[in-house]
Design a protein around this ligand. Structure first.
Ligand SMILES: [Zn+2]
Length: 172
């Protein structure tokens, strides 16, 4: 972008290393590699996210490795692609209660949602062992802090303390 869509003024573009991508519905997702363009005349800003669908898949791939139970925001983010209510054998009303903090989602439903997402997320290979490591996390926790970066093969998540199994890669 070189000209402001609002006023036609000149635009300056910078690359954000720590862009908090709250627009995705998750409050703690930090993305490296977002372009933010700011109009030098009227101050309007424009955010450019390359390959946004790939980014959303990579975020989903990270969330299913989250330590502890899924937060309502995470349930909402994950279930979008998987027709969750129907495949869970539950109703949209029940899913809505989980997402609105009116009732906590059970631990079995939490695990099933992760598996459904893993099955439909080509960017990750999900090890069922991860599910065993979630044991003991019986209450919904806060949305995980995730760091996303763009590599040569597209978006990926970075290992971190919020994620099970991937914070310390196994050595043989
Ligand atoms: Zn402008």
């Amino acid at each position: 972008m070189t000209r402001c869509a609002e006023c036609g003024g000149p635009v300056k573009t910078r690359r954000e290393k720590h862009y908090r991508y709250a627009e995705c519905g998750l409050p703690n997702v930090i993305v490296d590699g977002i372009e933010v363009s700011e109009c030098q005349r009227c101050g309007e800003t424009y955010t450019g996210i390359p390959a946004i669908e790939g980014l959303h898949r990579a975020i989903a791939a990270a969330v299913i490795y989250k330590k502890g139970r899924l937060a309502p925001e995470e349930i909402k983010f994950l279930r979008k692609g998987v027709d969750f209510a129907k495949r869970m054998g539950t109703t949209p009303e029940t899913v809505s209660r989980w997402e609105n903090r009116k009732a906590p989602m059970g631990s079995a439903a939490d695990r099933l949602l992760r598996l459904l997402v893993a099955k439909e997320t080509p960017v990750t290979e999900y090890h069922v062992d991860v599910l065993a490591q979630l044991a003991g996390a019986e209450r919904p926790t806060k949305p995980a802090r995730l760091k996303m970066a763009r590599g040569p093969k597209g978006w990926k998540f970075q290992p971190g303390p919020a994620l099970v199994g991937v914070s310390r890669p196994e050595t043989q």
